[in-house]
Design a protein around this ligand. Structure first.
Ligand code: SAM
Length: 254
């Protein structure tokens, strides 16, 4: 498969150009005729064309006007609804298809974190999400407590979502090829977020500061914070941040 458009770096355009990999992605998503799907960044439509016949409704949001025009002119994709815009400015409740949706995206790697936080914000309106990320980011998202990969992102995202590392993707399946390995991940929402909305800002601050000084004991890095009595009772502040579970971080919020 060859791609037709000059890839724009600023929009993270690395197009999938490997039929086997595309089929593997679709098998993993397991699309159903009753599904309403939002695709983020359809590019030239490599995944879109496989998803469309398998789902009930498909809407795709693409930031690059050249690609939107190209996609809208593809006869085989005329049942897909294309939106020209930035996914980060999109409200899922305003989509032209019923919610909740399943979300799928081979997304630009430079906006992976904003997209994850956007998914958390919009969580009322989706049931499952599948993303491609840099391998290193996928490893951080699924890092086990106490390991090098475990950090701010693991804890922040882990308070809301469960992340499953599905498989690794080599640079060779893309055009142009990225410099790093990629990974395919599946996201599900926790039944109940571990952090209530009103405590989110404090949680973000505590986790951010603790991990900005990863080698320091919590009693030093969190010296300026008021912490909950319950947390202080149960957590030795001589510990370092990577030894705390998400639940333990949450318990430190007053
Ligand atoms: N899905 C296609 C594929 O697999 O071949 C393209 C993947 S490419 C890595 C990422 C796509 O997302 C590009 O088409 C890019 O223009 C688009 N994109 C980048 N930033 C975006 C944003 N903020 N909102 C929507 N689409 C975006």
């Amino acid at each position: 498969m060859t791609t037709k458009h000059f890839a724009k770096k600023k929009w993270g355009q690395n197009f999938l150009a490997d039929t086997n990999l595309l089929k593997r992605i679709v098998r993993t998503i397991d699309p159903q005729p009753t599904d309403n799907v939002l695709e983020i960044g359809p590019g030239e439509g490599a995944l879109t064309e496989l998803l469309l016949p398998a789902v009930g409704n498909l809407t795709a949001i693409e930031i690059d006007p050249r690609l939107v025009e190209f996609l809208e002119n593809r006869d085989d994709l005329r049942d897909c609804h294309f939106i020209h815009g930035d996914v980060l400015g999109l409200e899922l409740s305003e989509l032209p298809i019923p919610t909740p949706v399943r979300v799928m995206g081979n997304i630009p790697y430079n906006i992976t974190s904003p997209i994850l936080f956007w998914l958390i914000e919009q969580r009322q309106y989706w049931t499952a999400a599948f993303l491609m990320t840099q391998r290193e980011v996928a490893e951080r998202l699924t890092g086990k407590v106490g390991t090098k990969a475990y950090g701010r992102l693991t804890v922040m995202i882990g308070a809301f979502l469960e992340v499953k590392y599905c498989f690794t993707i080599p640079p060779t399946v893309f055009q142009p090829r990225p410099r790093v390995d990629s990974a395919f991940i599946a996201l599900r929402k926790l039944d109940q977020p571990l952090v209530p909305d009103e405590k989110f800002k404090q949680f973000e601050k505590i986790v951010g500061v603790a991990f900005s000084q990863r080698r320091k004991m919590l009693r030093n890095s969190l010296a300026g914070f008021q912490l909950s009595a319950r947390g202080l009772e149960n957590i030795e502040l001589t510990r370092r941040p990577e030894t705390l579970t998400t639940e333990e971080f949450v318990s430190l919020i007053p």
